[in-house]
Write a protein that binds this ligand. Sequence first.
Ligand code: SAM
Length: 249
Amino acid sequence: KSTLYVVATPIGNLNDISLRALDILAKVDVVAAEHTQASRHLFAVHAISTKLISLHQHNEAIVSNKILALLNSGKNVALVTDAGTPGISDPGAILVQHVRAQGYSIIPIPGANAAVCALSASGITNPHFLFYGFLPAKTGLRKRALIELKPQLCTLIFYEAPHRILECIIDMLEVFGPQRELIVARELTKLFETIHRGTLHEIYSWLQKDTDQQKGEFVLLLSGAGTTDKSEISEQAERTLKCLLTELT
Ligand code: SAM
């Protein structure tokens, strides 16, 4: 039976791809890629020479028909995006809908995802999170979205572009106040990977002082309503930890 494989690719470090993903990408007849150039680079590193076709936000519906024709003629197809998991703040959902409607099998090949990668190294103990993805680009709509999210008790996870990072933090400061905790996870798995934690006020000053920290790709993890850094680890525990660490070093 013809199959569409939905394959996660790295979010920076090109080695962050599973053996199964490499095997599937090499074996399928065609790979539909968001930017064929980016995928060509990944393929070159892993010696994969499968044919690539372009599928992006603006042609997804049309290319879906082309992919259905391929599946109909007995071919297997894989879908990849520029980085991470397809369908997560990325194209893929429309193609999957079409393929499912025609009764072909759809197999996900799991791997990197920027939100989960950031959360895994955040130290946030709250087990609940809400993945929001990109906030609106315009400040008015962005603030409205943030106001709606304000009562949420779970950690809020956002993606943000470098040219909007500072104005986004300013809006967060206005809506959530200066004491809400934020973790900025920048350039994950890449050379300038930075994971920095602070209150919104601290993060704003840090970003403003060091413009290098405003560059690259960002995941923002905002603590939920009613949780603070201090409630996660008691002051006594923090003191004990500091003593132990000084003994060790
Ligand atoms: N599908 C991807 C995933 O599974 O994470 C997300 C694609 S979305 C178009 C791109 C956004 O993801 C970036 O603007 C950034 O917010 C986040 N992102 C992707 N790679 C990242 C990285 N290496 N470090 C931090 N954020 C990253």
